[in-house]
Design a protein. Structure first.
Length: 346
């Protein structure tokens, strides 16, 4: 493994501020619970971690996620502290707890953007997915409160075998709600999502082609996340990379996740520990842990993703590979057969 070169800071650090959540979503990675577990990072530990993150230059953006971050009593203080340290603070919520006052307070704490989760285009489908009657109406109310507070928000949608055919309608809804962006996430079979119906590699490929074909006509900022093959598919279709041309899988390469107990991971769906912020600085973990070093080193990859000419822009989902038994192994939901060996690029 190569460890000699200097490592750029991550662009994004997602912190699972708490596993507590008021909903019981069918796809929940965190298998969230109603009450926060006792071993979550304390207020002081969180401040210390934010201080360490702020030492990175350029500073990463920090996503306050969960669980449901608005269930954490000190969330606004933490957002405010991060802002005061020069960090761009983002907050990811299911939207049901947003009130006019909270929207104004989040803006006051310097939160730069809020993401809300929409997983069905109507009350029946969204409420079923989210496990709470009324979640759909609450989300729409939350969006209105954010709009009134002048706080930028985006809509995140997890696409599954069940709601894939409604993706276009949900993008249209996102525009109607006044969101700044629509980010779609392709289901990763972790946590409760492990029991959900999965697409085959061919169905997945066809779905991404349809979405990529539609992308140039969209009137809203659109991003496909955790669908690493999206860039490869775009190139094969002769379409431009669009506004979001970054690498497909960002785990350990521009992105990291910190769990509610301080465990650093490549992403929230890849349940392998790179070390704890309770024991080391987050900077040291990102730069030096064997897990992150391996994720960044093409030569450690096994199977077709390591051999693939698209490794630099894709890399395959390491979490889906891990669910098959080897986090450095081939992405199971990609039918592409590489044309060249390690070192070649498309
Ligand atoms: S391993 Fe990569 S593509 Fe897969 S869920 Fe994590 S960041 Fe997304
Ligand atoms: S083989 Fe792996 S790296 Fe290549 S396009 Fe498929 S998922 Fe991406």
């Amino acid at each position: 493994m190569s460890t000699g070169k200097s490592i750029s800071p991550p662009r994004l650090v997602a912190w699972e501020t708490t596993r507590a959540c008021n909903l019981v979503c069918r796809h929940c990675r965190a298998e969230a619970v109603l009450e926060p577990p006792a071993d979550e990072l304390s207020h002081e530990e969180a401040l210390s971690m934010l201080e360490d993150i702020a030492a990175w230059k350029p500073s990463p953006m920090v996503i306050l996620s969960g669980g449901e971050p608005l269930m954490r009593p000190d969330i606004l203080e933490l957002a405010s502290y991060g802002t005061s340290r020069g960090l761009k603070m983002l907050l990811s919520t299911n939207g049901t707890l947003v009130t006019p006052q909270l929207a104004a307070d989040m803006k006051g704490a310097g939160v730069a953007r809020v993401s809300l989760s929409l997983d069905g285009p109507d009350a029946a489908s969204h409420d079923d997915f989210r496990g709470m009657p009324g979640a759909f109406e609450a989300l729409k109310r939350g969006a209105a409160y954010l709009r009134e507070a002048g706080l930028s928000f985006q809509i995140n949608t997890t696409l599954t075998a069940g709601n894939l055919s409604q993706a276009e309608i949900m993008t249209a809804m996102t525009v109607e709600l006044g969101a700044a962006a629509h980010h779609i996430f392709l289901l990763v079979p972790v946590g409760r999502a492990g029991d959900m119906e999965s697409l085959s590699a061919e169905e997945y490929e066809a779905a991404l082609k349809t979405i990529k074909q539609r992308e140039p006509s969209l009137t809203i900022d659109f991003k496909a996340t955790c669908a690493p093959q999206y860039q490869r598919i775009g190139r094969e279709m002769g379409l431009s990379a669009g506004r979001h041309s970054g690498r497909g899988c960002l785990a350990g390469q521009g992105f990291m996740f910190v769990s509610s107990t301080g465990i650093c991971q490549g992403c929230g769906y890849l349940p392998l520990s790179a070390g704890s912020v309770r024991e080391k600085s987050i900077v040291e973990v990102y730069e030096k842990s064997p897990l992150f070093v391996a994720l960044r080193d093409r030569l450690t990859y096994r199977g077709k993703c390591g051999d693939c000419e698209y490794w630099n822009i894709c890399g395959g989902c390491r979490a889906r590979a891990h669910a098959q038994g080897d986090y450095l192994g081939p992405e199971p939901l990609c039918p592409h057969q590489p044309q060249s060996g390690k070192g070649a690029e498309a």
